[in-house]
Design a protein. Structure first.
Length: 482
């Protein structure tokens, strides 16, 4: 007989400062061994629901009803939650300390802690040969941090595991490894209940045995999984002649970069150009150097090699002050650039502080809000929105300042199919609305080859800090990386 691990009766939740509830009269139950897929549009309340089950929303709003997690028959921790953004969760200085932290607080014997660390790291695809256990967490990529955060939860062996977009930062191989591990956990740990939120339904539907969906501020159980939406897998026609004849905007020559150890280069001899109005995708496995490269291009990571050279429209960029007003960047964690009290003020900030006096009439704040489907949220606090909505606000705010180069680091995070397509289409239309000799350039990192073929003129591929491909994106490029 399966034991009940989740019991939710008439649960409602309303954030402080809002008149309308985010969740209303939720009534659900789950049992050990259940693997539940939870879906819903961006901003519908999925993360709010997971945080409520994990006990993380106690001070964020008012609640009615009841949520009970775990059962008394087990001595294992009741619940463990993986947040969307690993930077909100990883706080120890080394991977080993991060995975051990929860175990130490539970009083697990030291010899068991050592075994559990290695086992948990192996479950998320880190072999002992990688020596990841002894790495500093601040040197990890976003995807690597997400896997470490998941490993720290798996080591606890909880009764209920709540996963909010666990593969959103991961490359396809790492995603597959994590999902295989979750599948094994489902069969090997019959007492474990998993609730997983994702927009990548096709990755999980073969593993899950139940399907919950957010509808009209409540959560219902469906018998069948929703239809999966994907971007076109065909290669849109690319005009190579036009691409080659563009005026050069950004030039990168012999870029080398290392963090603390100068003998261990994260980037090695990177050289390429980006034309005006050109849309370029950047791909590579987790830890290949994508985010490091993007941070070098906009001066966040100052160049230390005198032989390395980066320029934008003829102006040298070696440190952050060289890029201010010229380059707009939205980080993997879009919260890092949000600072205003309302969405409207966030977008107005860049628009009103731009040095360019020839702002076009269709670039008004209201038009940008409308284009990015943010009009109904214009007076909301950006930090009261979902992660996908916050990311759209950050992209819109960056575009409002009319940069010469827009950089997006993993724009797919937290976005459902419709909002992702709408956001990238708006960015593309924004760029295409300029004259060819004035158009800003667009560079975005992604793990999706479909996204690259659909929205990029060119594709750059990194592998272990080296540029291994520079050409027209196609489905066959996937074989180079994965």
């Amino acid at each position: 007989m399966n034991l009940q691990t989740i019991a939710i009766s008439n649960y409602s939740f309303t954030y402080h400062g809002r008149n309308q509830s985010t969740l209303e009269n939720v009534r659900l139950s789950a049992y050990d061994g259940d693997f539940i897929l939870l879906t819903g549009p961006t901003g519908s309340g999925k993360s709010t629901f997971l945080r409520s089950m994990g006990g993380l929303n106690i001070d964020s709003g008012t609640t009615t009803g009841q949520i009970e997690i775990g059962h008394r028959a087990s001595v294992a921790p009741k619940v463990a939650s993986l947040l969307q953004n690993p930077d909100d969760q990883v706080f120890c200085t080394t991977v080993e300390d991060e995975v051990a932290f929860g175990l130490e607080n539970l009083g697990v014997p030291p010899f068991q802690i050592n075994e559990r660390i290695d086992h948990a790291l192996s479950l998320v695809g880190f072999s002992s040969e990688t020596q990841i256990r002894y790495s500093d967490t601040n040197t990890l990529s976003g995807g690597e941090k997400q896997r470490v955060a998941l490993a720290s939860l798996l080591a606890l062996q909880p009764q209920v595991l709540l996963l909010d977009e666990p593969t959103s930062y991961l490359d396809p191989l790492a995603s597959q490894q994590v999902l295989v591990s979750l599948k094994e956990l489902k069969f090997n740990l019959s007492s474990l209940t998993i609730v997983l939120v994702t927009h990548k339904i096709e990755e999980v539907e073969q593993i899950a045995n139940r399907f919950w969906q957010v509808k009209n501020r409540t959560i219902v159980e469906n018998e069948s999984f929703p239809v999966t939406h994907t971007l076109s897998s065909t290669n849109p026609k690319k005009d190579k002649i036009i691409i080659k004849n563009r005026q050069s905007a950004m030039s990168v020559f012999n870029l080398n970069f290392g963090y603390r150890n100068p003998d261990k280069e994260v980037l090695s001899q990177i050289s390429f150009e980006i034309g005006k109005g050109e849309k370029v995708a950047l791909m590579g496995r987790n830890g290949s150097g994508k985010t490091t490269l993007l941070h070098c291009l906009c001066g966040i990571l100052p160049l230390t090699d005198k032989k390395s050279y980066i320029s934008l429209n003829g102006h040298s960029i070696r440190r952050l002050k060289d890029a201010i007003g010229q380059i707009g960047i939205v980080f993997q964690n879009s919260d890092l650039i949000l600072q205003a009290q309302t969405v409207r003020q966030e977008i107005a900030f860049g628009y009103e502080h731009t040095k360019k006096k020839s702002a076009r009439s269709n670039n008004t704040i209201d038009q940008i809000l409308t284009n990015f489907d943010l009009g109904h949220l214009s007076e909301e606090d950006p930090f009261a929105l979902s992660q996908g909505q916050r990311q759209r606000v950050a992209i819109a705010a960056s575009l409002s300042s009319q940069p010469q180069l827009l950089i997006l680091d993993e724009p797919t995070t937290g976005q459902d199919f419709n909002n992702l397509k709408k956001t990238l289409t708006q960015v593309s239309q924004f760029i295409d609305g300029y004259r060819a000799d004035e158009a800003p350039s667009f560079l975005f990192s992604t793990h999706s080859i479909d996204l690259a073929t659909q929205y990029a003129d060119r594709l750059l591929c990194l592998k272990e800090g080296h540029l291994i491909f520079d050409g027209v994106p196609s489905q066959s490029t996937k074989k180079i990386l994965f």
